[in-house]
Design a binder for this molecule. Structure first.
Ligand code: HEM
Length: 157
């Protein structure tokens, strides 16, 4: 990184390893949660790594997800027909943010605002695409890209 370059969200978070740590902890808790446990009953054993790779890529950390055959359309497809509810979505976010603290992700206002904004958007996309009538985007649909938004960069003191 150039001396004064603004880090990507992924760099500021601690790189792919930080997201792997976060999702590993998160998906260890999910099966124990009364609302989320049943939703993830058939979870792939690599699920947490796939979600970590997806978020790392969205946050500017490189092709961690698409580089190993993943795609935005493929990710959306995993939510089709699941009839996710707003109650489940809200629990997912609450538990994810609680776990972000436990995993030691940065807690500066700028990073957390970007994280919450992405999670609010991403979970609503997941719920929408889980309802009857939803269909996956075309296979070549681009991955979402998330940035710092109005604060423009991390907390500087
Ligand atoms: C920003 C929000 C979200 C992201 C980035 C995300 C990402 C992903 C990804 C990458 C996969 C595919 C994993 C794989 O290939 O193994 C997936 C699958 C799945 N997601 Fe999400 N998801 C989000 C929100 C949600 C929410 C809110 C729920 C439910 C409340 C949910 C439920 C599921 C389920 C049940 C699967 C299939 C798991 C399996 O069978 O292995 N997702 N998600």
């Amino acid at each position: 990184m150039a001396e004064h370059a603004t880090p990507t969200l992924a760099q500021w978070a601690g790189g792919p390893e930080a997201f792997r740590r976060l999702t590993k902890l998160f998906y260890e808790k999910v099966p124990l949660d009364p609302l989320l446990g049943p939703v993830f009953a058939g979870m792939d054993r690599h699920h947490s790594e796939h979600v970590a790779a997806f978020i790392t890529e969205v946050f500017g950390g490189g092709p961690n997800y698409t580089g190993v055959g993943g795609s935005h359309a493929g990710m959306i497809a995993r939510h089709l027909g699941r009839h996710l509810t707003q109650t489940q979505r809200k629990r997912w976010i609450d538990l994810f943010l609680e776990t972000a603290d436990e995993a030691g992700l940065p807690d500066d206002p700028e990073f957390r605002a970007a994280l919450v904004g992405y999670l609010e958007w991403g979970t609503r996309i997941a719920v929408l695409n889980s309802q009857d009538g939803a269909s996956a985007p075309p296979p070549g649909a681009p991955m979402p890209v998330w940035g710092w938004g109005p604060p423009g960069g991390p907390y500087q003191g």
